[in-house]
Design a protein around this ligand. Structure first.
Ligand SMILES: C[S@@+](CC[C@H](N)C(=O)[O-])C[C@H]1O[C@@H](n2cnc3c(N)ncnc32)[C@H](O)[C@@H]1O
Length: 260
């Protein structure tokens, strides 16, 4: 077990998430654009430490972030401060009700829907999202296109990032082993964080995330069954078409009742 003064395992994992992802901004302009054109406030499910919420609140957009991790939410609070129009809610989106309100845009970034591994739970969540959307509101799902990673090494540790981590006062090297499970449509991501303190002592923190992945026509059927109509389906954050090898599978959908 990694022992760093003042850090629990969960608070360290939240910090290491930010250490790795704070510089990732490929998806931000896509969400800022959708939010700026939305007819009401934004709800982000699995909002984590507020990486996406931050530019939205900076643009004066009212946002609600929901996440099950108190440690991630604590980091979001530290990042965002207390701002009018910002609400952070601790809840598990697979079991709990979504925050009350009517939203113009619901964001499920970085494969958030895949945290729910059964089709039944995914449908329930999509229906709960539909119930919170304003009539002209949109849902955006950012999913991994599994076709883009089939050629990547499986079952082998691959270096993700290595460098100083000033907040915890250590050098960190992150390795990841990914493994696709085709029968269950799951992607296992096993992470190893090698943390070297100023005294040279090496400690390793291990964490595993398992995500469901989706095919293009599966997700279209799923959102359709949950009462949505797909408006746009793209293969990357720049809106480029979904083609073989596209890095992402991005779906923008609205409530189907608008069609009638
Ligand atoms: C990869 S992080 C993404 C955070 C943020 N959306 C971003 O793009 O930086 C995934 C987040 O989903 C949260 N999460 C996973 N399953 C959840 C669930 N069932 N209910 C609520 N939050 C969940 C985790 O706590 C974590 O903060």
């Amino acid at each position: 077990m990694v022992q760093i003064d003042g850090w629990s395992r969960e608070s360290l994992l939240a910090q290491l998430y930010d250490w790795e992802h704070d510089a990732f901004d490929d998806d931000l302009s896509c969400y800022c654009h959708l939010a700026a054109n939305a007819p009401g406030p934004v709800l982000e499910i699995c909002s984590g430490s507020g990486r996406i919420l931050a530019p939205l609140v900076d643009n004066g957009i009212a946002v609600v972030g929901v996440d099950r991790s108190p440690e991630m939410l604590a980091r979001a609070t530290a990042r965002l401060g207390l701002r009018p129009g910002l609400q952070l809610v601790e809840a598990d989106v697979s079991t709990d009700d979504l925050p009350l309100g009517e939203f113009g845009l619901v964001i499920a970034a970085l494969n958030a829907l895949g945290y729910l591994r059964s089709t039944e739970d995914q449908l329930k969540l999509l229906r709960r999202i539909g119930a919170r959307l304003l009539p002209e509101g949109r849902l955006v799902l950012d999913l991994l296109n599994v076709g883009s990673i089939v050629d990547q090494p499986q079952g082998i540790s691959v270096l993700q990032k290595s460098g100083p981590n000033e907040e915890i006062g250590a050098h960190v090297t992150k390795w990841m082993v990914q493994q696709l499970h085709w029968a269950t449509q799951e992607l296992s991501l096993l992470s190893f964080f090698d943390v070297t303190g100023p005294d040279g002592r090496l400690q390793r923190l291990t964490d595993e995330t398992v995500l469901r992945f989706f095919s293009r026509f599966e997700i279209e059927l799923l959102v359709g069954q949950a009462g949505f109509t797909v408006e746009e389906l793209s293969g990357d954050y720049d809106g480029s078409p979904f083609v073989e090898g596209s890095p992402r599978l991005i779906v923008v959908a609205r409530a189907s009742s608008l069609e009638q």
